[in-house]
Design a protein around this ligand. Structure first.
Ligand code: ATP
Length: 296
């Protein structure tokens, strides 16, 4: 069973003050983009994980891998005597890049194991398991575009027209908890407003109007990510100088995202980013992309 799962960009990431449990309330507008990992599961004697792709050496291959955790959790919930399955991840989504790559693999493995084991788990129950695996995992399962509230896991699908994006993959990664800690440090002594989805952004997203979306993109984690990685400022300005309509840090970074008008602009912006030496690689994508889906 091979399941294809998309990466995401947050076109809006509004972050509230830290809650007593350490999480933050979010208003998180997720958009799935056409950059995919493929997760293949096959029956095996024990639970094992392998990974291929440019970032494969950064992916844990033990039972802490989110795909392996998904298999363990599904087996436990279904009362299966064992979780013996081999999981192979063909990884194309940057690791620790703020594009929910691990979450995608978790959602992919969950769906693939559900089919392999013939469980037919209702989507609502799969979404519950996803939320237990991590805040971004439920969105990886459904894809498209959605507003996430709570800590991001309570999803309401929203409408989205089509858009073109370029992503610049940075050297190294950023830990999402470290970026939230930096957000808290920068917010010290300030009132942090309750996070709210922007009606202007949702309207722009639905209309497919790239200029309108460009003027409403917002990521409250961006100052924290830039504080930890000031070098990303140059990547952001390089893309805009090359014609991107807008730029932003993707989620907690350090991947940066560039909204562009069309395919031609995407090629131009990607070429300028690669020539600038301010990133490790680029990926050209479109949105919205479908959620986790079984490949024929
Ligand atoms: P998010 O956007 O959801 O905050 P991210 O894209 O920044 O996440 P991931 O690629 O999901 O980050 O990786 C974060 C960490 O999770 C990695 O450094 C790695 O140690 C761990 N991890 C566990 N499972 C996986 C997986 N299947 N793929 C990648 N990383 C994984």
């Amino acid at each position: 069973m091979t399941v294809r799962v998309p990466a995401k960009v947050n076109v809006q990431l509004a972050v509230g003050a830290a809650r007593p449990d350490g999480f933050h309330d979010l208003a998180n507008v997720f958009l799935a983009v056409s950059l995919f990992d493929e997760v293949t599961v096959t029956p095996a004697d024990e639970l094992t994980v392998t990974c291929s792709g440019p970032d494969a050496d950064q992916v844990p291959l033990d039972r802490t891998n989110l795909a392996a955790r998904a298999a363990q959790l599904l087996a436990a919930r279904a009362g299966r005597p064992d979780d013996a399955v081999h999981i192979h991840i063909a990884k194309n989504i940057p690791v620790a890049g703020g594009m929910a790559g691990g979450s995608a693999d978790g959602a992919g493995a969950l769906l693939a194991c559900d089919i392999l084991w013939g469980l037919n788990t209702p989507t609502e129950d799969l979404l519950d398991i996803c939320a237990e695996l991590g805040s971004d995992v439920p969105f990886s399962l459904i894809g498209g575009a959605a507003l996430g509230t709570g800590r991001g896991e309570v999803l309401t699908p929203v409408e989205a027209g089509s858009f073109h994006w370029v992503f610049a993959v940075a050297e190294g990664g950023l830990s999402t908890p470290a970026v939230f800690r930096e957000f808290d440090r920068l917010a010290e002594g300030r009132d942090v407003a309750a996070p709210q989805a922007s009606p202007a952004l949702l309207a722009a997203l639905a209309s497919g109007d790239a200029d309108a979306l460009a003027s409403t993109l917002a990521n409250d984690l961006q100052p924290a990510a830039l504080s930890l990685r000031p070098d990303l400022e140059r990547t952001l300005s390089t893309g805009v100088e090359a014609g991107a309509l807008a730029s932003l840090v993707s989620g907690s970074g350090p991947t940066t995202a560039f909204l562009v008008r069309d395919e031609e602009a995407a090629a131009k912006v990607a070429a300028a980013l690669e020539a600038s030496g301010t990133c490790r690689a680029t990926r050209t994508t479109t949105s919205p992309a479908p959620g986790a889906a079984l490949l024929p």
